[in-house]
Design a protein around this ligand. Structure first.
Ligand code: ADP
Length: 334
């Protein structure tokens, strides 16, 4: 349904939630994952069993949480959301697992950041639907086996390769989410504009889509900022001109690179002469966590041909120098 302006404005998070597709059919793009997942769910329904555990991998904002919610909705099962960093002790996980209802979907975001003991407890829970709860310490400690009703674990990670093999192997299905194509993002922007009652032209929508970094979450966020601009500085309609002016104001460049993306390329070219430079050095130079550079900025930069990973470190490509408006010195890599 449509949102009133007041509802839409009340809370950005509420808006994000309202824009989530509710069924697999409403999901735009990701054809392969959608078809694979659809099959897994239909088969489980036909057999009257809980679906196999599902691992979703891909950069932030591509739809992992959305798909977890859809899995629960399609199975008409309750959903419980948690995240790897929130599970610091095995006991935290035992508490969650023992509170699950039959058929429940447990979504663990950033599952690669769970603690080691919790991870080992999870192996057994995934395979045998039971855990051993350790009571007491030292030689007197005893393991109390605890049955868990059949459930479906949906794990999300920025890269499947970050997961230890034994954990990865216990998922029956892994869906790899890819960055979205401009025409798919265009579809997402139009759908969101419709839900938010925003009027936009074809060119306005295409402009937002083209600067969204291949990411639906960013497309929706840019749409909201452009809508603000259209309401305050224009007549409310998102045209190409309005989109241009708004996106320039918010420092989203023509190819959708954000501040972190540009920061990485800038440091790489200006400070390190185009590389090769190691990931840790690069991260320190941009003042970010290593993981953020590797899992958030790099996938987009690599995929769009601005940065290459080599055995000796990261290098800037000629496209990176050109995008920054810098002349690539002769003899530099890339
Ligand atoms: P992740 O969990 O991978 O970080 P989310 O599932 O939270 O990403 O998605 C971020 C936002 O993008 C959601 O609000 C959702 O509305 C939107 N979104 C994601 N994937 C799609 C899609 N395929 N079609 C439409 N909107 C999407």
């Amino acid at each position: 349904g449509r949102l009133t302006a007041a509802e839409a404005d009340s809370d950005e998070r509420a808006v994000e939630a309202a824009l989530r597709p509710r069924t697999l059919d409403e999901v735009i793009g990701q054809e392969r994952v959608r078809e694979q997942l659809g099959l897994v769910l239909d088969a489980a329904k036909a057999r009257g069993r809980v679906p196999d555990h599902v691992l979703l991998s891909g950069p932030p904002g591509l739809g992992k949480t959305t798909l977890a919610m859809i899995i629960a909705a399609e199975m008409e099962a309750p959903l419980r959301l948690t995240s790897g960093p929130a599970i610091t002790h095995a006991g935290d996980l035992a508490a969650i697992l023992s509170g699950l209802n039959e058929g429940e979907v447990l979504f663990v975001d950033e599952i690669h950041r769970m603690s080691r003991p919790a991870e080992e407890m999870l192996y057994m829970a995934m395979e045998d639907f039971r855990v051993d709860v350790i009571i007491g310490k030292g030689p007197g400690a005893t393991a109390i086996p605890l049955e868990i009703p059949p459930f479906t674990l949906v794990g999300a990670t920025t890269r499947a390769g970050l997961l230890p093999g034994p954990l990865r192997d216990r998922f029956g299905f892994t869906g790899h989410l890819e960055f979205y194509e401009p025409h798919e993002l265009d579809g997402i922007v139009r759908r969101s504009a419709h839900l938010l009652d925003v009027q936009l032209t074809d060119e306005g929508s295409a402009e937002i889509a083209g600067r969204s970094r291949g990411t639906p979450r960013i497309a929706n966020r840019l749409l909201r900022r452009v809508r603000d601009y259209a309401q305050v500085r224009a007549d409310g309609v998102v045209t190409l001109d309005v989109a241009h002016r708004a996106l320039d104001l918010f420092e989203v460049d023509a190819l959708g690179l954000d501040r972190l993306d540009r920061g990485v390329l800038d440091v790489l070219c200006r400070r390190f002469g185009g590389g090769p430079v190691g990931l840790s050095t690069l991260a320190v130079a941009v003042g970010e966590e290593r993981e953020t550079v590797e899992e958030v900025a790099e996938p987009f930069l690599v995929r769009n041909g601005f940065l290459a990973r080599t055995p000796r470190g990261r290098i800037a490509t000629p496209a990176a120098w050109a995008h920054l408006g810098l002349r690539q010195p002769p003899g530099t890599p890339g």
